[in-house]
Ligand binder design. Structure first.
Ligand code: DQA
Length: 141
């Protein structure tokens, strides 16, 4: 099974960025833990601060992988292009947000992604990625 983890802008700063909201762990450290938990899964991790690169990654993995775990970060709230890319691909997509976007500023309540993904996990910290992987794994059985 092949799963792509795609992170949007500023998530390369996890561990340094607003730790009271996003925690102290870098995503690279978290990826080591995640991959160790699922030795049978082939993971690809992609992060970009650039909207078009995220669209390219969704297109690239969305026709050849068994699932995508996507945190579009701030583009969640602005990007029609990312929403369209998710709708276009075959792979199931799970949206993850580390923080509870519904409990924050009003602009974070708008999502161009939630309506086109298979499901969303928000506010459960980095564990949201693991929960998303488990759900995708379950779809294979
Ligand atoms: C985020 C929430 C977004 O509103 C924010 O812009 C992010 C991270 C999260 O994981 O909680 O960059 O997607």
């Amino acid at each position: 099974m092949k799963i792509a983890i795609i992170n949007g802008p500023n998530l390369n700063l996890l561990g340094k960025r607003e730790p009271t909201i996003y925690g102290n762990q870098s995503f690279e450290d978290y990826m080591d833990i995640l991959t160790a938990k699922f030795p049978a899964i082939h993971f690809e991790y992609f992060q970009s601060n650039i909207e078009g690169e995220l669209v390219n990654a969704i297109q690239q993995f969305g026709f050849s992988f068994d699932g995508i775990v996507l945190n579009p970060a701030a583009y969640t709230h602005t990007s029609v292009a990312i929403g369209d890319a998710i709708a276009a691909v075959n792979a199931p997509v799970v949206e993850v947000h580390i923080s509870n976007v519904h409990a924050r500023e009003d602009f974070r309540k708008l999502s161009y992604v939630s309506g086109v993904v298979d499901g969303s996990i928000t506010g459960l910290g980095l564990m949201g990625y693991e929960l998303a992987v488990n759900w995708l794994l379950n779809q294979q059985k």
